[in-house]
Design a binder for this molecule. Structure first.
Ligand SMILES: C[S@@+](CC[C@H](N)C(=O)[O-])C[C@H]1O[C@@H](n2cnc3c(N)ncnc32)[C@H](O)[C@@H]1O
Length: 301
């Protein structure tokens, strides 16, 4: 059927990413059937477009350095980010492979079916927990799909709670050249601060006495520790805003680029910080379990 002369063309909306298939955006329910963006979809697309824009230099670097770079998106959900990354970057480059790791099997299965429908044959889905990706194969949807040993770019956008730490541990342990995470809410360090309160000096104790302050400080310390773990493992880290704070409160982006093997100063700073606040956040535990203690004066080997 011919579109009516007055049919709305979504490509005239500046929030619809240029180069993106309108049909795919409709299939993802980011566009309504008549091609409009509702407020939620507009907000989500704005975040993802910014994220893709900020990731561009990392992706270009990986595409320059490797014939077929591997990009892994952790805690992918419906894979809005993955579908945009594929269409706007990997399809145009005509090389590289994208993996989405998602704990909810039904989302991984739906993503795999959608990628097949839209001819995204270098986009694979792995159902399962990020922390279980060590051995490679996903257990659920996409069973048999394995993450390759070497990952080049690892991302996580609003992966719940400590799933962000699992993504960081995966990236660090697989020597990813670039890691980019926008953390979600974080509660575990606030709980550790509650338990360790009596051991803090009076000034630090005052900083976390009120539950609201403890939550804020817990979240702040978590991201500071994440940055230090990355620098301890040789990454240069930039912390910046993803979009304006009016769009989302979960807006802190950690962008990391591996430039050395390790960094001694951050290792010392990190161990002093953990000791001062009597905390051991998930990323530190996870790296220690992998024999990659970020506080050790130098990595083994
Ligand atoms: C808030 S959603 C964000 C989804 C997507 N990244 C986005 O920004 O639209 C978080 C997703 O992470 C998934 N997730 C949480 N913990 C996970 C884990 N440990 N391993 C894999 N996926 C996880 C959840 O199932 C959920 O789909």
């Amino acid at each position: 059927m011919k579109p009516s002369r007055n049919a709305f063309d979504p490509r005239t909306d500046p929030d619809v990413p240029a180069g993106m298939s309108v049909d795919l955006l409709k299939d993802l329910h980011l566009l309504t059937r008549d091609g409009q963006l509702n407020a939620d979809a507009r907000r989500k697309l704005k975040q993802i477009r910014h994220f893709v824009g900020l990731l561009r230099p990392a992706l270009d670097d990986a595409l320059t350095r490797y014939p077929a770079p591997t990009v892994v998106d952790c805690g992918a959900g419906k894979s809005y980010l993955g579908f945009l990354l594929y269409e706007l970057v990997l399809r145009q480059a005509d090389r590289g492979r994208l993996y989405a790791v998602e704990a909810r099997d039904e989302l991984a299965a739906a993503g795999a079916a959608r990628a097949a429908r839209y001819g995204q044959d270098r986009f694979s889905f792995v159902g399962g927990e990020i922390a279980q990706m060590g051995g490679g194969a996903g257990a659920g949807a996409g069973a048999g799909v394995e993450l390759p040993p070497r990952l080049h770019v690892v991302t996580a956008l609003h992966a719940c709670d400590t799933a962000t730490d699992d993504a960081l541990a995966l990236g660090i342990s697989r020597g990813a050249d670039h890691i980019a995470v926008v953390p979600c809410c974080q509660a575990e360090v606030a709980r550790q601060l509650t338990m360790g309160q009596s051991e803090l000096d009076r000034v630090d104790a005052a900083l976390v006495r009120q539950p609201l302050h403890r939550r804020e400080m817990g979240s702040h310390l978590t991201n500071v520790v994440r940055g230090l773990c990355l620098t301890a493992h040789g990454y240069r880290v930039t912390v910046t805003e993803l979009v304006g704070w009016e769009h989302t409160a979960k807006n802190e982006l950690l962008l990391a680029h591996r430039v050395h093997r390790f960094e001694r100063e951050s290792r010392l700073t990190l161990s002093l910080l953990l000791d001062r606040w009597k905390i051991e956040p998930a990323l530190v535990r996870s790296l220690r379990e992998r024999g990659l203690d970020p506080c050790a004066p130098a990595p083994p080997g």
